[in-house]
Design a protein around this ligand. Structure first.
Ligand SMILES: Nc1ncnc2c1ncn2[C@@H]1O[C@H](COP(=O)(O)OP(=O)(O)OP(=O)(O)O)[C@@H](O)[C@H]1O
Ligand SMILES: [Mg+2]
Length: 365
């Protein structure tokens, strides 16, 4: 090669550095589907170190189902062709929707391997589901607020009257207990209207920079006794150096608590409650995520469609069906997102994700 040509073309190491720096996941794979090169964004997305992946099956690395054309040794790897396709990548608790495509390396008729490109598409996939959930209940919100007010107003009068009558009864009157019971029922209605109002008009105020870990720890402390009584082991896997996010701490604590309580509800005879936190970079933004995983019953497809609907409950008279509606509202008011999936190993996992303000992008890990 002449000197001019050499200076005009890229040095091999420079070309490699360009591939390394590409802002989407990039891998070179062999015809067997083994990794030969992985760039930095791929490392970040898959949470691996490139040098440790060389020679390993890309399908395994991407967390793909073993069967089918994209499984280990599948036909896609042999042909090295994959039109843009969304795939669900599941590796342990980690889950991503990846937008993947592959083009052959070398001659298309006799490729030497493939160039695999992928990016996190979870944001748009999850977004559609989230919007559907919001649409489902936005109309119910206003009605709920009116109902809550209308129920609540006469309650105060009823309570005062009962308490007045109580003072008029002789000390030993058996009616006293009946009135006590009536007051307990009133407490229940009052709690219900409080929930209803919180659902209809979530009060988000006083946003303050907070570490999601502090909130998670408070929630776990709050439920520690109940978990122990049920034989549920709690495991906190809270990430280090998470960026701070502006939150109404009391409200987010409530949202997370509702989700953790649900997890305990489905593990009456013990199990494992895992609460983890991490920061994550999507294509267009960074976010802090907190996930609650249980080893309970999981959620059937039919139920999963409705679980954020106000008053939807499978717990009979034990639940009002507002816990998740409230959680969804609170997270939405923070510009955040909430998603649920069944875990491949059983149980369900809820993820709450809060976007970082622009100026903080790039902060933290
Ligand atoms: N971790 C979970 N595993 C399985 N099912 C769940 C889980 N979390 C929620 N669900 C389902 O979603 C339904 C709605 O939950 P939500 O918290 O809104 O109401 P609830 O728990 O029934 O009542 P409450 O208003 O007292 O919270 C539950 O009844 C249950 O069927
Ligand atoms: Mg609940």
């Amino acid at each position: 090669m002449s000197k001019t040509a050499a200076t005009q073309s890229l040095e091999a190491s420079e070309a490699q550095r360009c591939l390394w720096d590409l802002d989407f996941g990039f891998a070179v794979v062999s015809l067997e589907g083994d990794v030969r090169f992985l760039n930095h964004r791929a490392e970040e997305l898959l949470e691996v170190r490139a040098e440790e992946t060389i020679g390993h099956p890309a399908a395994e690395l991407l967390g793909l189902m073993p069967d089918g054309p994209l499984g280990i040794g599948g036909s896609v790897w042999k042909k090295c062709v994959l039109p843009p396709t969304q795939i669900l990548s599941q590796r342990g608790e980690k889950e991503l929707t990846l937008e993947c495509r592959m083009v052959p390396l070398g001659r298309p008729s006799r490729p030497d391997g493939g160039l695999l490109m992928f990016e996190d598409a979870s944001e748009s996939a999850d977004e559609q589901q989230f919007q559907r959930n919001i649409d489902r209940f936005s109309s119910v919100g206003n009605l709920s607020a009116v109902m809550a007010h209308e129920i609540r107003n006469p309650l105060t009068g009823i309570r005062t009257t009962i308490q007045f009558v109580q003072t008029k009864l002789p000390k030993a009157s058996p009616l006293k207990q009946d009135l006590e019971d009536a007051i307990k029922e009133l407490d229940r209605i009052e709690q219900f209207t409080t929930d209803l109002l919180q659902f209809a008009r979530p009060k988000i105020s006083g946003l303050q920079e907070a570490n999601i870990n502090d909130i998670a720890e408070k929630v776990l402390t709050h439920v520690a006794k109940r978990a122990e009584e049920q034989g549920v082991q709690i495991k906190g896997e809270l990430g280090d150096d998470l960026p701070l996010i502006p939150l109404d701490q009391a409200a987010v604590q409530q949202a997370l608590l509702n989700i953790v309580i649900n997890a305990l509800d489905v593990m009456p005879d013990g199990g494992l409650l895992r609460v983890s936190s991490s920061s994550r970079r999507y294509r267009s933004r960074r976010a802090v995520e907190v996930a609650v995983a249980d080893t309970g019953t999981g959620i059937s497809e039919e139920v999963i469609e409705k679980i954020y609907d106000p008053f939807f409950t499978t717990r009979g008279s034990g639940g009002t069906g507002l816990g998740l509606s409230i959680a969804l509202q609170i997270v939405k008011e923070h510009g955040g997102r909430i998603h649920v999936r069944n875990r491949p190993q059983g149980g369900a996992i809820f993820r709450l994700s809060f976007r970082l303000p622009e100026e903080n992008d790039g902060a933290g890990s």
